[in-house]
Design a protein around this ligand. Structure first.
Ligand SMILES: NC(=O)c1ccc[n+]([C@@H]2O[C@H](COP(=O)([O-])OP(=O)(O)OC[C@H]3O[C@@H](n4cnc5c(N)ncnc54)[C@H](O)[C@@H]3O)[C@@H](O)[C@H]2O)c1
Length: 274
């Protein structure tokens, strides 16, 4: 076995995604699946097509409807997955996203932002996007001899808030903070074999942010132009750009890494703009 295989192996591991129908989860699931992981996708959106597509590529894949905002639903799915596929080794908390109603705009000033919209985006990204699935699956991982890995999805907005997206920025800052909190808590109170980290993707063109980055003709908006100008590598990310970092965080290669939030951003967070 080469050192690369030894360090980065996820062969036979059960990797469960929340938000498994999403764009980033799709690319990561293909990557982990090609590396030999057994893929469990969960979402409130339909998953059949994606599961079929993975299976056609020779990847062992399953789909379960699961609402991350409903703890009883998560518990039900966790039991079913354990019975039908096996205990989860890797939890990827990919459910989440921005909501235009929780962002300022020329029509919606800060003073008029509805608290319900802010609560909704925090609920989705912090509670559903990180805390509730971690409560359920970390408990399961503690029963695994080899422990487990939780990977949260933070954002550039967590390091320094991006303009307009108030609710999303607050929620993702809390996701990064929770990642550190849980990493420490689990290692100290339960087991150092369950590691908790996050990725902070830079700017990837997806349905949640397309309206902010491209106009109706597909040209960069002033915000899109500003992002590219502040990304030293001069482009948006491609979902496949995330696979290598996820493979590292999910495998023994990162055995001594917990509580880290890893930017995958073409240098955006490092650049002072000058
Ligand atoms: N795309 C980017 O540029 C970017 C950048 C930084 C961080 N992120 C984060 O990465 C994650 C994935 O982003 P994406 O771009 O793939 O988004 P996406 O919208 O394509 O996927 C998110 C998925 O979450 C699911 N979801 C929503 N509510 C749910 C619920 N209650 N229960 C279960 N599933 C639910 C949606 O159905 C969707 O399939 C999100 O947390 C996002 O905030 C994305």
């Amino acid at each position: 076995m080469s050192i690369v295989q030894e360090l980065f192996s996820v062969e036979g591991k059960v990797a469960l995604f929340t938000g498994g129908a999403g764009v980033l989860a799709g690319a990561i699931a293909r990557g982990l699946g090609r590396a030999g992981a057994r893929i469990v996708l969960t979402d409130i959106a339909p998953l059949d097509e994606r599961v079929q597509e993975l299976r056609q590529q020779g990847i062992e894949a399953y789909g379960y409807r699961m609402d991350v905002l409903d703890k009883a639903d998560i518990e039900r799915v966790a039991e079913a997955v354990k019975r039908e596929v096996g205990a989860v080794d890797i939890l990827l908390n990919a459910a989440g996203g921005n909501m235009p109603e929780a962002s300022t705009s020329p029509e919606r000033s800060f003073f008029d932002l509805p608290v319900e919209a802010l609560q909704k985006v925090v609920n989705l990204n912090l509670f559903g996007g990180a805390i509730l699935p971690s409560q359920v699956f970390a408990r399961q991982m503690l029963e695994n001899e080899a422990g487990g890995v939780i990977i949260n999805f933070s954002s550039m907005s967590a390091f320094k808030p991006l303009t307009r997206v108030l609710g999303y920025s607050a929620a993702k800052a809390a996701v990064s903070n929770f990642t550190q909190w849980l990493a420490v808590h689990i290692a100290q109170e339960y087991s150092p074999k369950v590691r908790v980290n996050a990725i902070a993707p830079g700017f990837f063109l997806t349905k949640q942010n397309r309206y902010l980055l491209l106009d109706e003709q597909g040209n960069l908006t002033p915000r899109g132009q500003a992002i590219i100008a502040h990304t030293p590598m001069g482009r948006f990310g491609e979902p496949d750009d995330l696979i290598g970092t996820i493979l590292w965080l999910a495998s023994p290669a990162s055995a001594f890494v917990t509580g880290a939030v890893i930017p995958i951003d073409g240098g955006f967070s490092a650049f002072a703009g000058v």
